[in-house]
Design a protein around this ligand. Sequence first.
Ligand code: URA
Length: 236
Amino acid sequence: MDVERLQKILARRGVASRRKAEEYITAGRVAVNGEIVRELGTRVDPDKDVITVDGKTIAKARMVYLAFHKPLYCITSKTDPQGRPTIMDFLPPAYQNLHPVGRLDWNTEGLLLLTNDGELTFKITHPSHEIKKTYLVWTEPGVGKKELEKLAGGIKLEDGETSPGRARLIEPGLIELTIHEGRNRQVRRMMGALNLPVKRLKRISMGPIELKDLPAGKFRKLTPKEIEKLKKGPGS
Ligand code: URA
């Protein structure tokens, strides 16, 4: 990893907000490799340098990346004031600090990524470089070429036209749809605009990560190769 500003590393490792971390530094409470550092913006190698605050070593934040098969009927949220089941109910205590990357509706199943890597979450979900997401959409058997072309070409929604994607028929009434945006209820609204019902909706991939045969309610760690591909960015 490259060198980074000391206050940024302290904030990322959960010591304090970046602002507070700056106060710690100027107060002489922070040392790098045993030397007190008072200068803001001091550059540090987070992989090699040993950082202490008040003499205590600051542990490296272990980044965790999970692929989770969100089951039906739970919300993509850390907590729910209404007491409904959430995705966190399916994760062990050690992973309760992770955050979902984007969201799936209550009645959508399929692949959801979870991580504590805020930078990657930002990168994946930012509208300027949203990664492609592929869904299986079960609808009525009569759906044909005309509708597929419209789904792939772009559909006018109340928040603007959808950007081009891909749509193909897998079997009568089952569409595989790939989109690049992540607007709220986007697939359901696209189908609604064509008067097509959504009988079932399942996300099967996000960028380079595929759901494959991971059972509903289960998670797996991403492989180093998958993480590397995700970090490389869109189109992967
Ligand atoms: N599009 C939707 O309409 N719902 C989802 O959960 C995901 C994509």
